[in-house]
Ligand binder design. Structure first.
Ligand code: HEC
Ligand code: HEC
Length: 374
């Protein structure tokens, strides 16, 4: 495990780190970083991080041995895939070149700072990362794996026994269980922390860390005019609440599988509330929104400045009051996009393993494409 890689784990365990005083904030003052919540029975250790990382990149998790978590959540694509909607069972390839197979009803959520989300999925249907991990592995549309079969496959591979035993205090491979697969994945995902961006340097007093254009963008982001920071609250750039912005279904594609969880239920369709996503590392993973229907940050800003779903003519009694039209010049738009770029920090990026115990092919490095899309 290389050095920059375990620092976020220790920081996370260490708990609170206070932000300095922010620049002029009109809407909501930045608060302290919250503590990363862990299950009492699954505290983070380096052995679990290493095991979880290996599992994340090992296609052995899928029933046809062709898909790892990283095929959809690719590190070079902000831990998403660059596709409007995820490509599930039967698909070939990694990231944006994935093709064929089942087209999932939603966009692949980016995983940076997922450790700070109190509930998982845009509709909040999973209660924590351990709970979430079993879904992609077992659902027919994604990895279609049977937990018992997976455990047998892992037990047949020499390297996994000692790794599981070290992480979960087992003997002779006794720690290889489906529950521990999910636990190790969760602990690995909690290391994907992004909190050392140029924006963070700026708010801790390094006033030269942002360009003049980025500073204008920050002021706009926090203004009463745009109201961005009333939902995307620093330092997480989310309030982790569920709000209706009115991103509608796309004509001709499967409508959103509106799940009436307490968090998301507001009437269904475009009246559904989705979790406010973090904007950290947001420039790394277009396209955007729960269904990947908005291709660039420029188009996201058009969506907001025209008044969200209502601005597109949808009947939305539940649309949030903070989503209403506002004027935005071309130069201001550039400033806002520049500011969002200053929230980029990938210093705790895990290394992609060169090989995995199954001997199956690991996802290749991919060229980041974000800067080309405006
Ligand atoms: C076939 C593509 C695909 C694969 C493989 C896949 N995911 Fe996902 N992942 C998605 C999609 C699509 C969503 C959004 C689903 C939704 O919100 O309903 C998602 C959502 C998530 C989330 C929720 C993030 C959040 O902020 O709420 C986590 C965590 C996650 N995946 C982890 C994993 C792990 C761990 C694996 C491997 C065991 C994995 N995924 C495999 C496509 C995939
Ligand atoms: C009322 C709360 C609210 C306000 C105000 C708001 N947002 Fe959002 N934002 C959300 C929600 C909820 C989503 C997810 C919607 C979805 O997935 O359909 C979102 C999604 C986004 C995304 C896509 C992120 C991704 O990973 O897909 C970006 C970028 C974004 N908002 C930027 C902004 C900017 C810039 C402003 C100000 C102009 C703003 N938001 C104002 C709630 C809000």
């Amino acid at each position: 495990v290389s050095k920059p890689y375990w620092i976020p784990v220790l920081l996370g365990l260490g708990g609170l780190a206070l932000l300095g005083v922010a620049a002029s904030s009109h809407v909501q003052q930045p608060t302290a970083w919250p503590r990363i919540a862990e299950r009492p029975d699954n505290p983070s250790t380096l052995a679990k991080v290493k095991l979880g990382r290996t599992l994340f990149f090992d296609p052995v998790l899928s029933n046809d041995n062709r898909t790892s978590c990283a095929h959809c959540h690719h590190p070079d694509l902000g831990f998403s895939d660059g596709l409007p909607r995820g490509r599930g069972y039967g698909a070939e390839g990694a990231g944006a070149s994935r093709h064929d197979g089942i087209v999932l009803p939603r966009h692949t959520t980016a995983l940076w700072n997922v450790a700070y989300a109190p509930r998982l999925y845009v509709d909040g249907r999973a209660k924590d990362l351990e709970d979430q991990a079993r879904f992609p592995i077992t659902t027919d549309d994604e990895m279609k794996q049977d937990p018992q079969t997976l455990v047998a496959e892992l037990k047949a591979l020499d390297e996994y026994g000692p790794m599981f035993d070290r992480a979960f205090a087992g003997r002779n491979g006794s720690a290889i269980t489906f529950e521990n697969v999910c636990r190790a994945l969760a602990v690995f995902e909690r290391t994907l922390v992004s909190r050392h961006s140029r924006y963070d340097r700026f708010v801790s007093g390094d006033l030269g860390a942002l360009t003049p254009s980025e500073k204008c963008g920050l002021a706009l982001f926090q203004s009463e005019r745009t109201r961005c920071s009333s939902c995307h609250v620093p330092p997480l750039f989310t309030n982790n609440e569920f709000r209706v912005t009115g991103v509608g279904d796309v004509a001709g594609l499967t409508p959103d599988p509106h799940k009436d969880t307490a968090e998301s239920g507001r009437g269904g369709g475009p009246n559904t509330a989705y979790r406010v996503p973090t904007l950290r590392n947001v420039t790394l993973h277009p396209p955007y929104m729960h269904n990947g229907s908005i291709r660039s940050l420029s188009d996201v800003l058009n969506f907001y400045s025209h008044g969200g779903g209502r601005g597109r003519g949808l009947d939305l009694p539940h649309q949030d009051a903070a989503i209403r039209p506002f004027p935005l010049s071309a130069a201001e738009k550039d400033d806002l996009i520049a500011f969002l770029g200053s929230l980029t920090d990938t210093s705790s990026m895990p290394p992609i393993p060169r090989s995995v115990p199954s001997g199956l092919e690991v996802v290749p490095r991919l060229p980041p494409f974000s800067r080309k899309i405006r």
